[in-house]
Write a protein that binds this ligand. Sequence first.
Ligand code: FAD
Length: 527
Amino acid sequence: MGNNSNKLLLTLVICRLIIVIPGLSIDPSVDGKLSIDPTDVEQASLDFGLLTRRQPLAVLHPGSAQDVARLVKAAYGSNQGFTVSARGHGHSTNGQAQTRNGVVIQMSRSNEGSELESGSKPPRPRVWARERYVDVWGGELWIDVLKSSLEYGLAPKSWTDYLYLSVGGTLSNAGISGQAFNHGPQISNVLELDVVTGKGELLTCSEDQNPELFHAVLGGLGQFGIITRARISLEPAPQRVRWIRVLYSDFSVFTGDQEHLISLHAQPGHQKFDYIEGFVIVDEGLVNNWRSSFFSPQNPVIVTERVLYCLEIAKNYHEYSAETIDQEVESLLKKLNFISTSVFTTDLLYVDFLDRVHKSELKLRSKGLWEVPHPWLNLFIPKSKIAEFDEGVFKVILGNKTSGPILIYPMNRDKWDRRSSVVTPDEGVFYLVALLRSASEKGEEGQSLEYLIDQNRRILRYCDEAGINVKQYLPHFTRQQEWMDHFGSKWDWICEMKREFDPRHILATGQQIFTPTFSSSSNMASR
Ligand code: FAD
């Protein structure tokens, strides 16, 4: 599209916003593209969960941090106001990046086709090899952060299981995977941020500069600002990974081994694994779900126990140390108590290991099983209560059909910075239990959306009644009292940071924590 027609289109979009939002004045000189294209608007009103839909007025594809600042400033300064939600890659499950009657800022580059010509795109990752960090755009996908840093033989230290998530999106939650026991979540591996606050100011923040904003934004669910740049710490990238799965029938033996392995975090590299996760097997789902490509038909798993637990561990290495890897793995495995005939090992490139879930995504997409509702439930559970959770949830509530993978792995609390916005149980070790289920339209009753949502409610009720003090990860609540309970002693500070950095409650209203101050009596309508 030519420059003149772009300008014309932009003027039309701004006119529409001005008509819908009286008193709005907006600087039309955006570098990117403000769009009311129905395809853009439709995409921004959906997410991976397919459970919630809110339609924005327009979508901004920013070309720069200044674009983000201009739009937020216009929203903040206008008489009637409008909401602004940054959308990373739209992989939330409960509408957290959506906004009704506001503007969605599409931070990830997924829509390259609709960006404007040169000069209008956000900056590409810039690696500082000597300093061992990379500066990335807030909407960059982790897969692209990985590819850019690998060009310098470097890589970030802490990951998510799936790399087609945006940096800003995971840093707004925590960003966890099997490396978290060792390096902490992704938010523990960020050195500096550029953030557009809810007043439209573009500020740099770090431990030393604007520290309150820095800590508030990390794990801050998009409430205090929009991350436009993140400086992420790097390490020399391993070349290969030895990836191992072993099975257990006894839960306490399984968690005992997991806890032993994460306690080795302070040991030298060759005396610990680099990745520790695990999952629960209550049905043949192991062979059918999207994490199962590992178990090949030549290597079938016969499930005879009602519930099995699979420990998943990995050891990174360089080709020059290939000779010692067998010994290192052997001596670590010797101390574990898994079912001795159940060792499944594979060896692959580091990049293929990190990108493993994408392969399953492609398979599920080809069968039409990716774009289905995802009533996911992610819980942090204190170590002291994990056995009770197993008894009540894995062994009773779940029944014999899980409709998706159920991950379980422990993390060390001292790798999490207490100053960030994220909340975890207050014990030295806590577990992630992730029930990553997909609903099926036509399947059995046990796989329907209603059934799975109800089962999630039963799990939460059981925890409540059993006194298991869980914290939701990627939390979803609809009432402020629930948010107050979630944040606990951090709630007052969260409110103070909100007053300071987003006083009109413009940002990330899809989280349903605060109500925009300009909205009328029907508060939820504008969320
Ligand atoms: P979105 O869903 O687009 O946004 C999430 C929230 O962050 C919204 O409130 C949004 O307004 C806000 N936000 C987005 N961008 C910015 C920004 N630049 N600045 C400020 N706020 C922003 N999580 C893990 O921790 N570990 C995993 O292993 C993991 N695996 C996953 C696998 C799959 C298949 C999926 C679908 C999700 C997974 N997640 C995992 C969850 C993921 O971290 C969240 O969905 C997260 O929100 C990132 O998704 P996103 O980038 O699409 O963000």
